[in-house]
Design a protein around this ligand. Sequence first.
Ligand code: ZN
Length: 77
Amino acid sequence: MPKAKEKGLRGLGAKYGSTLRKRYGRVYSTLKLKRKCPSCGSWNLKRKGKGVWGCRSCGLVIAGRAYDITPAPIKSS
Ligand SMILES: [Zn+2]
């Protein structure tokens, strides 16, 4: 998905330095990605809390990683 650029960086402003902002932006964009529910197949899977993901269509709640449910898409550069 090449569309995901520097969106979602609002809210941090110029604080915390560029490295942390970049990392935050990456995590944030990962967070905002649409997830497909493994149970009902809808795209209403949302992060409910840290490591908890829930489907708004079928009510499924699954445990995952803190910011993602799939293994490590965040690459450290
Ligand atoms: Zn579902």
